[in-house]
Design a protein around this ligand. Structure first.
Ligand code: PAF
Length: 284
């Protein structure tokens, strides 16, 4: 596996692959890789001839006072995991190389970015969309692979590739979970023992909400109020940041749960913010 930090060198390798007819996959990450990332790399290995992994803690998607400085980093461990997963090239640029002096172009999808995580993290998705657009231009992949835990991110990235005509398929894959249901996240390491014990309530609650829907309760307001009350009992250390039932594509809030609906939630445990979601449709 090659490790490349120079964007121009990474671009040469990836464009060469693509121009020689190879099917290529890009897995963009912020590093501190876990089994969830490994599942994305594995899918890349299965679906493509060449797999590129980017590891970049993107400063522009963190707001003031967020965890950019303390975001967990372990380049050595990331390289070992990437090598074991059969990655061909790991791209590890410096912030100054991705945002050189004079950088002034931003990609924004405001309609999809205004609610859910975008409501409590203004500017976050502009940073995500910009860096992913740049990574797509640098690597020109046949496909880029992301986890469905970040459902809103995925919806935004699908929209942007379609709108700007990037020749890449955006692939979203199921969330990988701990045995107790907690979605894997690099941020889980921030949780204290007591917080970790209560954190599975987020997914447990979403599954409960799905059961209530399957039992015939379909009013979104009553469902979310019921779940808020349940979470207050089950996870007193947690505080719900948002809990909404939305259309899975447009992300607009729904009054009633119909054929296709997504329950999406964010919960804070101390300074740690966890997100999760669940499709409520019968097929989900
Ligand atoms: O999901 C992430 O880890 C990041 O938002 C991404 C897509 C790598 C962009 O920095």
């Amino acid at each position: 596996m090659d490790i490349i930090s120079d964007p121009a060198a990474f671009q040469r390798v990836c464009w060469f692959w693509r121009l020689s007819g190879a099917k290529t996959a890009l897995v963009p990450t912020m590093g501190f890789l876990h089994a969830g990332h490994a599942s994305l790399l594995e899918a890349g290995r299965e679906r493509a001839d060449k797999v590129a992994l980017s590891v970049f803690v993107n400063p522009s998607q963190f707001g003031p006072g967020e965890d950019f400085e303390r975001y967990p980093r372990d380049p050595g461990r990331d390289a070992a995991l990437a090598e074991a997963a059969g990655v061909d090239v790991m791209f590890t640029p410096e912030p100054g190389a991705m945002y050189p002096p004079g950088f002034a172009t931003w990609v924004d999808v405001p309609e999809l970015a205004k609610g859910l995580c975008g409501g409590s993290r203004p500017g976050h998705f502009r940073g995500v969309a910009t860096i992913v657009a740049k990574l797509l231009m640098l690597s020109l992949p046949s496909m880029a692979i992301f986890g469905q835990k970040d459902w809103q991110q995925l919806a935004i990235l699908k929209r942007l590739t379609q709108d700007l005509g990037f020749p890449a398929e955006i692939v979203g894959l199921p969330t990988v979970r701990e045995p107790d249901g907690l979605a894997l996240s690099s941020r889980n390491v921030y949780l204290s023992e007591a917080e970790r014990a209560q954190a599975p309530a987020l997914y447990e609650g979403l599954r409960l909400l799905r059961d209530w829907v399957r039992g015939g309760q379909t009013g979104a307001e009553a469902l979310t109020a019921r779940l808020r009350a349940w979470c207050g009992e089950r996870a007193p250390l947690g505080e719900i940041d948002y809990l909404e039932i939305v259309d899975p594509d447009s992300l607009t809030p729904l009054g009633q749960v119909g054929d296709r609906a997504l329950a999406a939630a964010a919960m804070r445990f101390g300074r740690t913010r966890l997100i999760d979601n669940l499709l409520l449709s019968p097929a989900g």
